[in-house]
Design a protein around this ligand. Structure first.
Ligand code: UDX
Length: 437
């Protein structure tokens, strides 16, 4: 099929490259010239495993091109995927949907024959219905310019895999004709067994925020348990293992640590609470404020534990930090607990040396006053304390002997419960983690 992808950030670039790889003809619309030119050269402006190969293959095949013109987008095809961002508003908990509104306003006047716009962005419930009316109002094709809502659930670090092998395909619609079109489009995934849920706009929009709210709840639940473990001498990893054997609960997303971050979970739960307030059901969603609060507290706990481990004052303490990205396999530092804690320690008087295998540059742009090292071992030179805050695999392969004569004091804090504390302790280190014995 000939499709267009409007907005080529994380979601759009991955969708465009993956769909071209499946054999579709794809035109990506991106208004940021630097991003557009990079993508057209086959360069991904962020780190995502396997995406650059996919993009280069798709661009080289001629099946993926980029533009900044809505006229070209509308002429190219009749199936338009809307993949623009919906960040948190600067002065509010609400999502900023202006990019969605602008894309509809930009595209609609060119839609003079039947077309389907498919929203993939994460939006507050009610947005799709509003956008469908706007589309029909502004498009010369009128009601033949249709809208479907098809939320995307991709995880950073697994974006390519999640796009090509989705857990489920959710389609919110008003007009049954769009269902057939999207079923045809997604046939390769449906044939592989991806379940399809066809529903109304509101449910489709809610599935996405509800999924992220549930995942956030699971993480904050286990982090709250970690606090209880600490005061009772229990061990949160054993607890999570035992809970996870109950198939109704499951072990995934029960990793206690310094909490969730990134461009989705934190802003999505805040936008959800905000929207619930507008809808008059804030009480039903109040628990999400606690989820956010528990999550925020984990970051603060890092600062408290670090302060205690260096003897009660951070002033002049030398602290090595392993990790800056909000999670491994990403260079994304948006709302990253690792970078937040590093920044707080620095602002409280510590000398902080950060090393992240991929996110040093993105972190430096946000926090230029921290020092950045070229390797995990370099970050530890002269350190009074080593903090493990993003669980990149390379940190698990570092052994105490690698840091002999490197650190000033053998002290380690594992903020992700991913290191073998016993091995470090046996080598004479003081090693701590959140919620561990
Ligand atoms: C999330 C959703 O998983 C995805 O479906 C949605 O489309 C976008 O938001 P992502 O932001 O890429 O994806 O990250 P995810 O893997 O969900 O992790 C989010 C955060 O939770 C990370 O900071 C991670 O470190 C943290 N986390 C995850 C935990 O602290 N403990 C866990 O057990 C799992």
């Amino acid at each position: 099929m000939r499709i267009t992808v409007i907005g080529c950030g994380y979601l759009g670039a991955t969708h465009a490259a993956a769909m071209a790889d499946l054999g579709h003809e794809v035109l990506g619309m991106e208004i940021d010239p630097a991003k557009r030119e990079a993508l057209a050269r086959g360069e991904v402006p962020f780190y995502e495993p396997h995406l650059e190969d996919l993009l280069q293959r798709s661009v080289a095949s001629g099946r993926l091109r980029f533009t900044d013109s809505y006229a070209e987008v509308s002429a190219f095809g009749d199936l338009h995927f809307l993949c623009v961002g919906t960040p948190q508003q600067p002065e509010s908990m609400a999502a900023d949907v202006s990019q969605v509104e602008n894309a509809i306003a930009g595209l609609a006047p060119y839609l003079d024959r039947p077309a389907v716009v498919v929203g993939k962005s994460t939006v507050p419930v009610g947005t799709a219905e509003r956008m469908a009316s706007r589309l029909a109002e502004l498009a010369p094709a009128g009601a033949e310019a249709m809208l479907a809502w098809n939320p995307e659930f991709l995880r950073e670090g697994f974006a390519v895999q999640d796009t090509l092998h989705p857990d489920r395909i959710v389609i919110g619609l008003q007009d049954g004709r769009t269902e057939k079109l999207l079923r045809d489009f997604y046939a390769p995934m449906i044939d592989q067994g991806a379940p399809v849920v066809v529903t109304d706009y509101a449910t489709a929009e809610l599935v996405k925020v509800a999924a992220n709210a549930f995942l956030a709840t699971k993480i904050s639940f286990i982090n709250a348990m970690a606090e209880v473990c600490e005061v009772t001498g229990a061990d949160v990893v054993d607890l999570a293992d035992a809970l996870g054997h109950d198939a109704r609960i499951g072990r995934r997303f029960l990793n206690a640590g310094i909490g969730f971050g990134g461009g989705c979970l934190p802003k999505d739960i805040r936008a959800f609470v905000h929207r619930a307030g507008q809808l008059g059901v804030e009480d039903a969603m109040t628990f999400l404020r606690h989820i956010d609060g528990v999550n925020q507290r984990q970051r603060e706990r890092v600062v408290h534990v670090a302060t205690a481990m260096v003897g009660g004052t951070l002033i002049g303490a030398r602290i090595a930090v392993w990790g800056a990205a909000f999670k491994p396999d990403s260079d994304d530092v948006r709302d990253s607990p690792a970078l937040w804690a590093s920044g707080q320690l620095h602002l409280s008087g510590a000398q902080v040396q950060v090393y992240d295998p991929r996110a040093n540059d993105t972190a430096r742009r946000v926090f230029p006053t921290l020092s950045y090292a070229d390797s995990a071992v370099d970050a530890c030179r002269g350190a009074d304390l080593v903090l493990h805050l993003t669980e990149w695999p390379e940190f698990r392969s570092i052994t105490p002997s690698d840091l002999d004569g490197v650190v000033a004091q053998p002290r380690l804090f594992d903020g992700r419960n991913a290191l073998d504390l016993d091995a470090w302790r046996s080598a004479g280190w003081t090693a701590r983690a959140l919620g561990r014995r």
